[in-house]
Design a protein around this ligand. Structure first.
Ligand code: PMP
Length: 453
């Protein structure tokens, strides 16, 4: 098969997909989905050769089809792929290299295959260590698609069978739209106290927690940057209650925030979670993930005497790919690049904020940025329909963006890390045009899009 050619015309691909694939596996742009044949760097090419700028795929971290990663996969595939029950240098070399990016205490690694598997194992480790079951999560969080994780993902369980009695939800530390905002004198303490309140309630019910889990930067929750000091204070409350602190870095790890390798490090060099989970960017598209924890927690897990075996986790090909990703991040100075381009993009977006009342907030760090669209300044009402319109119009401009947040009004940027200054300029120019059109139409009383809600 010629992989650069189409097997089926686009309409037929769509028809076959609708017939054969579960329809809950949704497509982006369901009315007119994009068909991609190949991609390079931050660009994807459709069946007509049209180029799309990808502003959201944080999995292809160092860029689509990066030659160093492709070569590493190919060479290792030609030599050996097997499970982690044999000694292999790739596994230990990869763990060694990862450990150099982490605080010393986080030194025991488990290699698994997806963000969900990593979070499921993290909860298992916490439960084994604490001998408790309950979990505290942040509102609107998403931690994966396994049954165990749907249970701790308010973003999902609120639309399904609801909250389990062992799950406890604390408010998201959103200083723009949450309980305590930018005008609060100490939002970190105030939000941490909300976690404490939840923990106190748990105690009143004669229960104890195993873990508190949060994304280091809540992304599904709306590209949120927690106030500095929040993690320290939450960890203090959580540990006092007997639980462990799990940082989900599945979306935001591997240098996306620029200044640091891990987003939890934004809270201060002395903050150390008890367990960290990694996924998406780790293999640049290859399905792999990782859990790292302390010696004490790992020992408690071992103490059961039950073997942990994962058929694919930590196989030589995955390790070769993981090492290649780390090499590229370093050699291409992608963290510095993320800071530089991210700052530039934020600057351009902040200029737009001055011009367009639709932009309520621009927040972010490195190449993790959210543009919060609002309908009114006072209530900060999410401009859901407008955000959807922006995404659809951007698609016509061959720019792929999407929304996040409970109000689906936060335009999110989490592009491959090779995203350039020119890419940033182009997107913001188009955003300016689209927002101007919306504002002019609103003034003229013309309807240019249907309300989404
Ligand atoms: N944690 C977070 C924060 C995620 O965003 C996701 C996926 N969107 C997961 C976990 C689950 O990862 P996966 O889809 O690889 O299982």
């Amino acid at each position: 098969m010629d992989v650069s050619a189409e097997m089926y015309p686009k309409a037929e691909t769509l028809e076959l997909r609708r017939k054969l694939v579960g329809s809950s596996c949704r497509l982006f742009f369901s009315h007119d989905p994009i068909k991609i044949l190949r991609a390079k760097g931050q660009y994807m090419f459709d069946e007509e050769g049209k180029r799309y700028l990808d502003c959201i795929n944080n999995v292809v971290h160092v860029g689509y089809c990066h030659p160093v990663v492709v070569k590493a996969a190919h060479e290792q595939n030609q030599l050996l792929n097997t499970n982690a029950r044999y000694l292999h240098d790739g596994l230990v070399e990869y763990a060694t290299r990862l450990s150099k990016t982490l605080p010393d205490k986080l030194c025991i690694f488990y290699f698994v295959n997806s963000g969900s598997e990593a979070n499921d194992l993290a909860v298992r480790l916490a439960r084994q260590y604490t001998k408790q079951k309950d979990v505290v999560v942040l509102d609107h969080a998403y931690h994966g698609h396994l049954t165990s994780l749907i249970d701790i993902s308010p973003y999902k369980f609120r639309n399904l069978e609801g909250q389990k009695d062992w799950v406890h939800v604390a408010p998201i530390p959103d200083t723009y739209r949450g309980l305590y905002r930018e005008d609060h004198k100490d939002p970190a303490t105030a939000y941490a106290n909300e976690v404490k309140k939840v923990l106190d309630e748990v105690q009143k019910k004669d229960r104890k927690i195993a873990a508190f889990i949060m994304e280091s930067l809540p992304s599904v929750g709306g590209q949120i940057i927690p106030p500095i000091g929040y993690f320290h204070k939450v960890a203090e409350h959580v540990r006092r209650a007997g639980g462990v602190f799990i940082a989900d870095e599945v979306q935001v790890g591997f240098g996306r925030v620029g200044t640091h390798y891990w987003a939890f490090q934004l809270q201060g060099d002395d903050f150390v979670p008890d367990i960290v989970t990694m996924g998406k960017p780790i293999g640049n598209g290859h399905p792999m993930s990782c859990v790292v924890t302390t010696k004490e927690i790992a020992e408690a897990f071992t103490s059961t005497g039950v073997e942990y075996f994962n058929t694919f986790g930590g196989n030589p090909v995955s390790c070769a790919i993981g090492l290649a990703v780390l090499d590229v991040i370093e050699k291409e100075h992608l963290r510095e690049h993320a800071t530089e381009v991210g700052n530039y993009l934020m600057e351009l977006l902040n200029d737009q904020k001055k011009k367009h009342p639709l932009i309520g907030d621009v927040r972010g760090v490195g190449l993790f940025i959210g543009v919060d669209l609002i309908n009114d300044v006072e209530n900060r009402t999410p401009a859901t329909a407008e955000a959807e319109y922006v995404i659809q119009r951007m698609k016509k401009e061959c720019i792929v963006l999407s929304t996040d947040g409970p109000g689906r009004n936060v335009i999110k940027f989490k592009p491959p890390m090779c995203f350039s200054m020119d890419d940033a300029k182009l997107v913001v120019e188009k955003l300016d045009e689209i927002l101007t059109d919306i504002e002019n139409a609103t003034k003229a009383g013309t309807v240019i899009f249907k309300s989404v809600n």
